[in-house]
Design a protein. Structure first.
Length: 153
């Protein structure tokens, strides 16, 4: 099942919360990454620092800290140093991989923001990619929650 909501992703009760991050996992730059890090607390920030860097199109995982989730999948959508953003093709591939990880780990729910829409990708096209891949991966009882986060800078 795919559900669309507007709200604060850090308050969602899901097995996995997806963080739209930069490649260095610098959560202090603002946006959804900062909201998630502030809500999750020290554990997520410390584990993110230990990961150091994740290339565009890849996934890093940390525990969720104070969030109502088991883990956070960090999906970099921008490389600030290189000035590049994730492509729609790489977004599709990494989202497919995230859902495959959910299946492999028997998670029941995943909440994601509109990945990359905060760094230049068209929110409508991002939503289209998330829904397309999510529709292909309707296995078991996985609930996919696409969160349109308002008021984030």
């Amino acid at each position: 099942m795919i559900k669309h909501i507007r709200g604060d992703i850090s308050k969602i009760d899901a097995d996995i919360i997806v963080n739209s991050a930069d490649t260095k996992l610098n959560h202090s730059n603002g946006g959804i990454s900062k909201v998630i890090a502030e809500a999750a607390g020290y554990l997520l920030v410390a584990e993110s620092k230990a990961l150091k860097q994740i290339p565009l199109g890849e996934i890093g995982m940390t525990r969720a800290g104070n969030l109502k989730a088991k883990n956070v999948y960090h999906i970099p959508t921008i490389d600030v140093e290189e000035g590049t953003t994730i492509s729609y093709e790489d977004l599709e591939a990494v989202w497919r991989r995230a859902l495959t990880w959910c299946k492999a780990n028997q998670f029941d729910s995943i909440a994601t923001p509109l990945l990359g829409s905060d760094c230049g990708l068209d929110p409508a096209k991002v939503k289209e990619v998330l829904v397309k891949v999510g529709s292909e991966y309707q296995f078991g009882n996985l609930e996919i929650i696409i969160v349109e986060h308002e008021g984030v800078e």
